[in-house]
Ligand binder design. Structure first.
Ligand SMILES: Cc1cc2nc3c(=O)[nH]c(=O)nc-3n(C[C@H](O)[C@H](O)[C@H](O)COP(=O)(O)OP(=O)(O)OC[C@H]3O[C@@H](n4cnc5c(N)ncnc54)[C@H](O)[C@@H]3O)c2cc1C
Length: 377
């Protein structure tokens, strides 16, 4: 097929859409994605240069096999393309003794026989000089975690998907879609695209593109801050692994200074619900909330509560913070991947493969935790 038709059409060429095109094209499937903005854009949920990957998974042990499979696929992609996709710096899950955050991560390591190390706050401070944790804090170190470099990931995906004949059309906002037993069709201002199967990976716009399903998705505004530090070397990946910390101040995440950037941080748990088409995209002075100031001045060393760069991103939250990856309840030839609740990127490769399975194999099924039907209960 060619022009405005393809075997599989993908709505949204962001993280999961590009990964699906990559996986399908490499299987020899004719696939075309329609993206409302440009490839690797700053308007969606894949901005901000870097993402954490990790295997010990406090969100639930059911994710662990996918963290491992996704890591392997990223490594293979890195080897084939020669681009640095993964910076294997480890990852720290840090909590108080009371909230047990580190122990949740540890439990999944034990269950899946993953390498890990439990450190006290004191030991973290001794090993990583950028930290100033209370001595009784607990941390679970995942030595195989690290940082994904987004621009290189998107470049690598593009190289392989284009070499395999996959197509991505930019500046093609999808205005509507339909599906029946004969196939699928998708409308943009340029006309109608037709295919046999549709994959909807619209990120923060999933609720709009799938308005028929009334999914309980909430899009939240997520400022990203790069902080002014005294010595960038202290916050380089080998000295300062990415981290997630659940403490009395807030639930923060942070990434080391991966050149050319500085230390990056954001608040994971705030819920500032917005409309992705109409919200304050510029980071404001008031986004440097008192919690940030308290955190960097008490729990870190050599970090100033002022930014050297900022960015804006969005989470698309489900009520249980588990993903939605499923067939459309009314259309077997439509698959959905949405609601990644701020922790989806590290799974992109494996989710791309899973979406390729759903599009090409009618017997392929999804994880019970990820079904659309769970919201009807
Ligand atoms: C600040 C921040 C930090 C994060 N940190 C981590 C982390 O450390 N580790 C991790 O694993 N995950 C992390 N995540 C989460 C991860 O980035 C997301 O889960 C993932 O990128 C979501 O992928 P997606 O494909 O659903 O959305 P996107 O990548 O946003 O892609 C959706 C695409 O669909 C397009 N689209 C929407 N509607 C239409 C339409 N009508 N027509 C055409 N195109 C359309 C959009 O323009 C967009 O390009 C973070 C997210 C944020 C915001």
């Amino acid at each position: 097929m060619s022009g405005k038709s393809a075997e599989v059409i993908v709505i949204g060429a962001g993280t999961m859409g590009v990964a699906a095109v990559w996986a399908l094209a490499r299987r020899g499937v004719d696939v075309l994605a329609l993206e409302q903005f440009q490839y690797y854009n700053k308007m969606a949920s894949h901005g901000g240069h870097t993402r954490i990957f990790r295997h010990c998974y406090f969100e639930g042990e059911r994710y662990v096999p996918w963290t491992i499979a996704a890591d392997r696929l990223f490594s293979e992609l890195q080897d084939r393309t020669g681009l640095e996709l993964q910076v294997r710096a480890g990852c720290l899950d840090i909590g108080t003794p009371e909230n047990g955050h580190a122990r949740l991560a540890q439990a999944t390591a034990i269950e899946h026989n993953l390498p890990y190390e439990i450190l006290t706050g004191k030991e973290v401070n001794e090993r990583y000089p950028g930290w100033n944790l209370p001595e009784d804090f607990e941390a679970c170190l995942d030595p195989d975690g690290g940082v994904l470099r987004l621009e290189n990931v998107f470049t690598a995906f593009r190289q392989e998907l284009e070499a395999a004949g996959g197509r991505i059309l930019e500046n093609q906002k999808v205005l509507g879609w339909s599906a029946d037993d004969d196939g699928v069709s998708v409308e943009t201002a340029d006309g109608t695209y037709t295919g046999k199967h549709l994959i909807i990976t619209a990120g923060a716009w999933a609720g709009k593109v799938l308005s028929d399903l009334h999914l309980p998705l909430q899009v939240t505004r997520k400022p990203v801050m790069w902080f002014d530090v005294d010595d960038t070397a202290v916050f380089a990946p080998q000295n300062f692994p990415p981290f997630i910390i659940d403490c009395d101040i807030e639930h923060f995440y942070g990434l080391p200074a991966v050149a050319p950037d500085s230390l990056k941080m954001g608040i994971h748990s705030d819920m500032n619900v917005i409309d992705p088409d109409n919200f304050q995209r510029e980071v404001q002075p008031e986004d440097m909330v008192p919690e940030f100031v308290e955190f960097v001045t008490t729990m870190l060393k050599g970090v100033h509560p002022r930014t050297v760069n900022t960015g804006m991103c969005m989470y698309t939250m489900t009520p249980d913070e588990d993903f939605i990856i499923d067939r459309h309840p009314q259309h077997d030839n439509v698959s959905i991947a949405a609601g990644f609740s701020g922790h989806g990127f590290k799974f992109a490769t494996v989710i791309g493969e899973h979406l390729a399975d759903l599009a090409t194999d009618s017997s392929a099924s999804t994880m019970p935790a990820f079904t659309v039907s769970r919201f009807a209960q």
